[in-house]
Design a protein around this ligand. Structure first.
Ligand code: GEK
Length: 247
């Protein structure tokens, strides 16, 4: 289960295919996300801290688009509530398989951790159960824009009073100058983390039809329309932000 350095786009490709979360990505994912998403470790760890504040007994905590379960692990470290468990969901079979391996290893080493179940499913087809805390970390941006509002409405309807949702996303900016500035700074971040210009260019081509970021204004308006009453950014690093939305 050793994690490998991300070299997926280091050799020139004749044609860059659309990005998919397959076995190759799973092998390098922890390295890839840390070197690509500014603020990722802070967001993940503090999602656990926030979960501890909002989690309520007899409810589920969701980790939507869990990948290898980093957010669920943070929730496990921080939440201590009776009859409360985490449901981690991803539609990539390769991610789910590796994620389950991580949790089995953790369960074998530590007792009395918050239970976690990992489900391979499409969020668009999921029936949400009563939940006090939803972690939606860098996944809404992979859902087709036309489906986003309906999905958020279904999540909102499942939320109990005094719960919270954390929504982390790459942001686009409505002011073109601000957008360019933060986009360029993000390129510098990736270069500083060892990605070459070729890797950056090929990854961008792979992801551009698959990951479609919105502005904070679009997120906020849509969350309010979905029935959330308050939306605030609690963390931002360059063009990546994490919002808290209260039902
Ligand atoms: C982390 N949250 O480490 N249904 C279920 N899963 C989906 C769907 C869908 N419709 N679409 C995409 N995914 C994680 C990081 S990664 C973000 C999340 C990134 C899954 C997809 O398979 C992938 O594992 C995850 O969402 C997005 O905090 O790689 O930039």
């Amino acid at each position: 289960m050793t994690d490998q350095p991300d070299r997926l786009f280091s050799a020139p490709l004749a044609q860059v295919p659309d990005f998919v979360f397959n076995e190759d990505v799973v092998r390098v994912f922890p390295d890839m996300i840390k070197r690509s998403v500014p603020g990722y470790p802070t967001i993940v760890e503090n999602t656990g801290v926030l979960a501890a504040q909002f989690a309520q007994p007899h409810t589920l905590l969701y980790d939507l688009g869990c990948s290898l379960g980093a957010v669920s692990q943070a929730m496990r470290r921080h939440v201590d509530q009776p009859d409360c468990s985490v449901l981690a969901i991803d539609n990539s079979a390769a991610m789910v398989e590796r994620c389950r391996e991580y949790f089995s290893a953790q369960n074998a080493m530590f007792q009395e951790l918050l239970p976690v179940n990992v489900l391979e499913a499409d969020l668009l087809e999921l029936e949400f159960q009563p939940t006090s805390f939803v972690a939606f970390n860098f996944t809404l941006q992979f859902i087709a824009p036309a489906q986003r509002l309906a999905l958020l409405k279904r999540i909102r309807q499942a939320m109990v009073p005094n719960g919270a949702m954390i929504l982390s996303e790459k942001l686009r900016f409505e002011d073109p100058k601000q957008h360019q500035l933060l986009y360029d700074l993000h390129l510098s971040f990736k270069r500083a983390n060892g990605y070459s210009d070729l890797e950056i260019a090929q990854k961008r081509r792979a992801i551009e039809n698959v990951m479609l970021p919105d502005s904070f204004e679009t997120h906020k308006a849509r969350l309010l329309e979905a029935g959330f009453r308050e939306v605030t950014i609690w963390f931002q690093c360059l063009n990546f932000a994490s919002m808290i939305a209260l039902p």
